[in-house]
Design a protein around this ligand. Structure first.
Ligand code: GUN
Ligand code: FE
Length: 454
């Protein structure tokens, strides 16, 4: 019997590909061929010497191959495991207060404004464009308590082609800005409406996520009901945990019947293998073990932890406890919407822990690169679909040009000995920016430069 002919490929690239695997934080694959199917899946990634065999197997001609120039390379798209889309409105400002005061003075009043759908449209369009341009191919978004504005965020994300989780924020407690909260019933009903509208839309790469803001803004009844909704519909869950010492003290007072902060979520079915919790700076060894046992993950948001003077997350300790971990920008507690900033700040925080002899070693740039790509995909339960260039995964990728016009990187003749050196890759990770990101792909589709239809 003859095999059915292969459907045509959407892309065949030849050049350098860098990515992480679980055994190697950064593999540099020079002079390789990568093929992407019409449905966006990676069909092969092999040495260019295999061209003839691959051409026969996949039915392509040499003229269909796009050759990257010598200094360009592909890397996997970045996964932002924690970002507040409405807070993009004030990103880069208002970082002069600790978390709880910051929420009261700046965050809640801003989020309240998202009842105005035109305002929401402007901010949400800008945050999706900016993050995509900065290389975020997957974002895990908090919206606000407003269902319609959160549905609009999902629609905009889908229109631009970004992969995302979108959450309508739930909060039935708010002593400091009482206008910005829901009743318990409203929060439950609106979450059900949000989830059902999202499932009706059936976006291919944008999914709903159950989003209790944090233990301090949710009653026990609400936490329990959100746990039930997530369980019934098999949904992802996101929230915040152990970000600051003041917050932990307040959680103890508000929810005295629990052993610790983690227990508040755990007892309410909110700690599952589809949960991602931001921060976790002060989690005890016992709490980390609960995270591992439940398969829940942590989003490390170093810019926010430094900007709001919240604390330091010890990533090496989290990894020692085998807890899944990715990186997040936490806009606007973090002032930068770029995951390259998250990478740099994660290295710096790790260095601070080493300087202070809390750890005997520091995370390497390559290990942090893995957290921002493969780690993030695992933290969001997407590691079978994305995170690196393994055959069978979707092609979420950034085409990087360290020599782009107006590039912030100065290169010298020694940087190019034949092919791309590791020094160039490191220079790009430390000092590159969106000017070096020539193209962005999500699920095999080019989404940056933006198409004229969005
Ligand atoms: N904890 C509860 N809400 C928030 C928020 O919006 N940002 C941060 N960084 N922490 C929170
Ligand atoms: Fe946050």
């Amino acid at each position: 019997m003859c095999a059915a002919p292969m459907p045509p490929l959407a892309h065949i690239f030849r050049g350098t590909f860098i990515h992480s695997t679980w055994t190697c934080p950064m593999e540099v694959l020079r002079d390789h061929l990568l093929g992407v199917s019409e449905s966006g899946k990676i069909m092969f990634l092999e040495e260019a010497s295999q061209e003839e065999r691959l051409a026969k197997e996949f039915g392509f001609k040499p003229c269909e191959i796009r050759e990257l120039s010598q200094h360009e390379f592909f890397m996997p798209g970045l996964v932002d495991t924690h970002i507040h889309a409405p807070q993009y409105y004030f990103a880069g400002s208002n970082l002069d207060l600790p978390l709880l005061e910051w929420l009261t003075k700046y965050t809640f009043p801003t989020e309240l404004r998202f009842q105005n759908i035109d305002f929401a449209e402007e901010v949400y369009t800008k945050v999706v464009r900016r993050t995509l341009k900065n290389g975020t191919t997957t974002a895990c978004y908090f919206g606000t308590i407003h269902t319609d504005a959160s549905l609009l965020l999902a629609e905009i994300t889908d229109k631009f082609g970004q992969r995302a989780f979108v959450g309508k924020v739930c909060m039935d407690l708010n002593n400091t800005v009482p206008e910005y909260k829901e009743t318990t019933e409203e929060s439950i009903e609106e979450t059900e409406r949000f989830v059902s509208e999202m499932l009706k839309k059936n976006y291919s790469r944008v999914k709903p996520i159950v989003t209790p803001r944090f233990a301090l803004s949710c009653s026990e009844t609400l936490l329990g009901e959100l746990g039930n909704i997530a369980k019934t519909n098999d949904l992802h869950i996101q929230s915040h945990v152990s970000e600051t010492l003041d917050e932990i003290e307040s959680v103890k007072k508000l929810h005295p019947g629990y052993k610790h902060y983690t227990d508040v979520y755990d007892k309410n079915n909110l700690l599952t293998n589809k949960t991602v919790m931001a921060h976790g700076c002060y989690l005890s060894a016992e709490e980390l073990d609960i995270f591992r046992d439940r398969g829940a993950s942590i989003s490390h948001c170093p810019n926010s932890n430094l900007s709001l003077c919240s604390g330091f997350l010890n990533v090496l300790e989290v990894l020692k406890h085998e807890v899944k971990i990715g990186l997040g920008t936490d806009v606007a507690g973090g002032y930068s919407s770029s995951m390259f900033d998250a990478i740099r700040k994660a290295v710096m925080v790790s260095n601070i822990l080493a300087i202070n002899k809390i750890n005997t070693k520091s995370l390497t740039l390559k290990e942090v690169f893995r957290l921002a790509t493969l780690g993030g995909s695992q933290a969001l339960g997407l590691d079978k679909e994305i995170g690196n260039f393994e055959v069978g995964k979707e092609f979420d990728a950034l085409l990087i040009n360290p020599k782009a016009s107006d590039s912030p990187i100065d290169l010298f003749c020694g940087d190019f000995v034949g092919d791309i050196s590791e020094a160039i890759i490191q220079k790009f990770l430390y000092v590159g920016d969106d000017r070096n990101i020539e193209e962005v792909y999500v699920g095999g589709k080019q989404v940056v430069p933006f198409s004229s239809s969005v």
